[in-house]
Ligand binder design. Structure first.
Ligand SMILES: C[S@@+](CC[C@H](N)C(=O)[O-])C[C@H]1O[C@@H](n2cnc3c(N)ncnc32)[C@H](O)[C@@H]1O
Length: 295
């Protein structure tokens, strides 16, 4: 693995109080700070509820001295949750561009490494029984997705499983209706991604990418459509809080690509979006879980 030097702060103008990272060649644009760690942890619990409580949904039974990898681990929330449900003899690895958000003193079978999921260690070939990868929607170009899937294939041992959870990079409105606030979000997020070559609807390509790489038993395990706002119960409220926090985290890259002219304008756009979701409901997020097996 190319071990990346200590991640530095972003070259784009950071919005007040937010920290981003800027690793050479990496397109990822969301913050890496305490606020984002809180958002990722809340999102982890929310998605666990939405997907029926299963952190491991690939049909894999882990035992003995097997290895498990979490690509783009973020705060390490998945690893720290899963390790309580599997034998302590299993070795857990989490890889991320930066490791600022992971637990400071992980248990002895748990290792967090700084590096890119596009270039995993050479000596990991055929090593892992399970690779988990979640929410790289703000990070990867089409070529990166191909590389990521080929690296996952390489590090899995024959018979090993990958599980991938993704979200559409767009928000959706009910069939045939447009909504200025959803359009604004999609426009801002779309411009940020376009400037960085990032694919927003990666979920559409994942099954073909997996099959093209040689995976078998490729399955879309679940699709979940989750509307936001206080008209949609607790899950709707939690989802709105999370998407509002995500939106706020897009402030610096949004200012940088000129979609809004000032921090104040951006804050107003996000406030109006939040009020709109609570007043009228109807704007939804779409989430997808896939799994596949290396023959
Ligand atoms: C939206 S967060 C999701 C974190 C975690 N998977 C979760 O579900 O909570 C995306 C993470 O991927 C990491 N990331 C982005 N590009 C990466 C790359 N090329 N290699 C490794 N990690 C990457 C980011 O630093 C960030 O922590």
């Amino acid at each position: 693995m190319t071990v990346i030097a200590e991640a530095t702060l972003s070259t784009f103008t950071p919005a007040k109080d937010r920290q981003y990272h800027d690793v050479d060649g990496a397109a990822y644009y969301l913050p890496a700070d305490k606020e984002e760690a809180d958002r990722l942890n809340a999102q982890y619990l929310l998605l666990k509820d939405i997907f029926g409580g299963n952190a491991i949904y690939a049909p894999v039974a882990l035992s003995g001295d097997e290895w498990v990898l979490d690509n783009g681990t973020g705060t390490g929330a998945w690893i720290m949750d899963v390790r309580s449900a599997i034998p302590p003899s299993i070795s857990m690895y989490g890889v991320d561009l930066q490791t600022r958000l992971v637990p400071l003193n992980p248990p002895s079978n748990t290792h967090f490494l700084q590096g890119s999921l596009l270039d995993l260690p050479r000596d990991w070939t055929d090593r892992f029984s399970l690779v988990n990868q979640r929410l790289l929607v703000a990070a990867l170009s089409q070529d990166d997705w191909k590389k990521a899937v080929s690296e996952i294939y390489r590090v899995l041992k024959p018979g090993g499983w990958v599980q991938i959870l993704e979200v559409s990079g767009r928000l959706f409105t009910p069939e045939g209706r447009t909504d200025g606030h959803a359009d604004m979000f999609n426009n801002i997020a779309g411009k940020i991604r376009a400037g960085r070559g990032i694919v927003g609807d990666c979920f559409e390509d994942i099954p073909d990418l997996l099959r093209g790489q040689g995976f078998r038993n490729v399955a879309v395990v679940e699709e979940r459509r989750v509307p936001m706002g206080n008209k949609h119960g607790q899950v709707g409220e939690r989802m709105l809080r999370n998407i509002v926090s995500l939106y706020q985290g897009m402030k610096s890259p949004a200012l940088d690509c000129g979609t809004v002219s000032s921090e104040r304008d951006f804050d107003k756009v996000v406030d109006a979006f939040e009020a709109r979701c609570n007043e009228s409901g109807g704007i939804e997020t779409r989430w997808y879980a896939f799994c596949a097996q290396k023959p």
